[in-house]
Design a protein around this ligand. Sequence first.
Ligand SMILES: [Zn+2]
Length: 128
Amino acid sequence: MFSSSDSAGHFRRKREQSPRVLTTAPQAAPYPKIELHVHLEGTVRPKTLLEIAARNDYPLPADTEEGLAELYDFRDFAHFIEVWILTTNALRTTEDFRQVVVDYAAEAASHGAVYVEGIFSPSAFAAG
Ligand SMILES: [Zn+2]
């Protein structure tokens, strides 16, 4: 175990040798994280929803990332569910579900996640 002065000295040496060490360090991820419960339909970003909706000829209330981002500014839980249903109904193909999983995994990893338990809600898709 390093004392704090050893650790600080080591950090300075690294910085002098290679400034990239600081810029590439995962600043938002100092500790490994786990996600034990995430509804993947709720992780879809506006850009991804636009792509999926375009592929599936699914109408959305906005046709820009900015417009959808405003929609994602939830007023209350009922509004959140409304947007969740909108997103859920846009997902149709294996490619759609794969894109949602891969996008979320990448985002979670960027925050330091090393383990994720993500779920889709099958009943929501069985009805449509
Ligand atoms: Zn849940």
